[in-house]
Ligand binder design. Sequence first.
Ligand code: SAH
Ligand code: TMP
Ligand code: ZN
Length: 408
Amino acid sequence: MDQQASCRVCRGRLREFLDLGRQPLSDAFVDPSGSGEEFFYDLVVAACTDCTMVQLANEVPRERMFHEDYPYVSSGSATMREHFGRTAEQFVQRELVGPDPFIVELGCNDGVLLRHAADAGIRHLGVEPSRGVARVAQASGVDVRVDFFELRTAQEIEQERGKADVIFAANTLCHIPYIDSVLEGVRSLLRGGGVFVFEDPYFVDILEQTSYDQIYDEHFYFFTATSVDNMARRFGLALVDVERLPVHGGEVRYSLAHAGTREPTPAVAAMIAEERGAGIADIGRLERFAEAVRTNSTNLVGLLRELDAAGKRVLGYGATAKSATVLNFAGVDSGLIEAIHDSTPAKQGRLTPGMHIPVRPPEAFPDPYPDYAVLFAWNHAAEIFGKEQGFRESGGQWILYVPDVHVV
Ligand code: SAH
Ligand code: TMP
Ligand code: ZN
């Protein structure tokens, strides 16, 4: 674990504003029979006083997070399957229109997006270091290079296959501390008129919803149009479009192009102006957010203790990476939440990182239904409420903690 003395993007001064304490790796689910030691790091969030980029103060080595057994599978929700289906279609219609177009995706995971390119016979390459999910993509006909994307990878891809018309990254660019190497690679690999599109959780949504569970080891950067615009300029690129997305609790899709090749849409300047109003670079605003995080956490533990004292049974739903921050910061273990139900095979039968709450399949959730269930996958609420109507019908109530702790 390396302590960052300065901004990872511009070397400017970092100002820390939120300390979430000692945390385990958010996706390191524990084998109950194993004796493996857990890795912990200090989860501290800082903002750069120069370029405004919000980032973690400590970096976890990438091989500890992204490897053969990385458990997250992108196709695990219908919402995200549909989202990436639509995204692929837009690329095919708007960008992949020249002769023999080529799309490269960073962090293609199980191929949820690129399988549409593969099916349409479009030249594509996924770059994905986590071998387990990469194999799933390969099995569905997607061409994957099992590797970390960085300058070296970009140069090799360019030599082997030529330049890309589209480079895409969903929920991946914010995972990469060495973003300078990635952007140098993108600048080189991207064709002159091409576009680099990435989408990640939007820091303004995190601020305004107190969705501090977006903060964990893998989420190193918390982008805004302001910080991305500043960053793009440093690498000869320009921010040419922004679009808010409803997925994952609020994201922004950023489009970058080589400087001078595309006219920025009015949405870019509008979002940057709005962000000034939202106080993204105002330390007072950031400190109020930190206070709201502590209050949220205290309220959640308070409610869980009350329910425990009243003899109520409480389960969790969605063993998300996000939940690791909430559970470990508040110190909520299996005494307060008996188990967490999750559809991901690689998480089932394991224990949550740090707090060691057992993870069980959704099929066991009604067996019998609890009195309350904490929805950790709150970003998939519509889909999960739809599937689990029986829980409400049995008299059960959902506990949510975004934007504040409440029962529905
Ligand atoms: N794009 C998918 C997966 C997001 S999870 C989705 O939106 O659902 C983040 C993914 O990024 C993981 O599969 C991880 O293995 C991958 N990743 C991490 N560092 C990377 C890097 N340097 N280059 C490419 N992929 C990376
Ligand atoms: P995410 O918020 O990072 O996408 O993670 C969602 C988690 O919730 C993932 O582990 C899968 C799980 N999940 C279910 O268990 N049931 C569901 O219906 C959905 C949509 C997700
Ligand atoms: Zn900076």
